[in-house]
Design a protein around this ligand. Sequence first.
Ligand code: AHM
Ligand code: MG
Length: 321
Amino acid sequence: MQTVRQRLTLDGTPESLIQSIEAVLFASKDIAFRLRQGALGGVLGCAEQENVQGETQKNLDVLSNDLLKNALAACPSVAGIASEEEDLPVAANASGEYLVLFDPLDGSSNIDVNVSVGTIFSILPANGGDPSKEATYLQAGKEQLSAGYVLYGPSTLLIMSTGKGVHVFTLAPETGEFILTRENIQIPETTQEFAINMSNQRFWAEPMQNYVADLLKGEEGPMGKRYNMRWVASMVAEVHRILTRGGIFMYPWDKREPNKAGKLRLMYEGNPMSMLIEQAGGISSDSKAPMMDIQPELIHQRVPVILGSKAEVETAIKYHQ
Ligand code: AHM
Ligand code: MG
């Protein structure tokens, strides 16, 4: 039985980085508890909604953000944080060495229907920069020191990497400890499963239209095999399926909002998921460049995403050349 701390120590992870990761996990256990309570916890539904006593209830998005923010601010090795739920970065500790970026509750439209959601995190070096300034955070994904997500599903899982493989830890309900349950995950190189929101098909650019049309042709098409499709609408669940049994996940640019690069965010969705996928032998791209090579210009920058099994992602990228 190995805890996160034991595993990270064996891997030679600096104590300060272990502490930053533990701060994320501390908050995630609280989030897991509140998700389990569901409607009984009074946190479902919309923010600003009033309960019967006329008190304002906070929805889980806002609450999860607060829990993470508080836990990270209390951790001396965290210099600053950036969150999907915060317009601006927040400075934390002057002594801190790390910047922690996170999506507190990804896939939150799934909460009310009781489907898996997750907390995604990415840790970058602070490099002595000002943690209240956006510029300090604008580092390419390849600079990440650690990335991971906590998946709140039938069981609560932590999937993380510090650049030495990808490991899975399962939250033991009786002790509240994340215990190593799979190590060094490797994604199969090929797959017969793709994930994309097909309802947006007519809005995609031509290369994506052509690629997915060819997947749908099955045995009779250029891929020569029949594909299955899955769409949970929760990126953590999607990436987790791919880490477990392979597959390709896509959230492409589409012309509904032509000025937006895509729906997903580079710094706390695209990059951390890319680190996990690549550490597991897969590939992640924005369709033109490796995701983790992109130089971010904004903390909340959006990006098209194609990630998963190596051979399949390579084929998808060829359609875009
Ligand atoms: P969120 O951060 O607002 O929850 O949005 C991100 C989510 C991803 O988890 C998921 O892949 C995607 O949005 C689903 O989008 P769609 O509603 O088009 O199915
Ligand atoms: Mg999100």
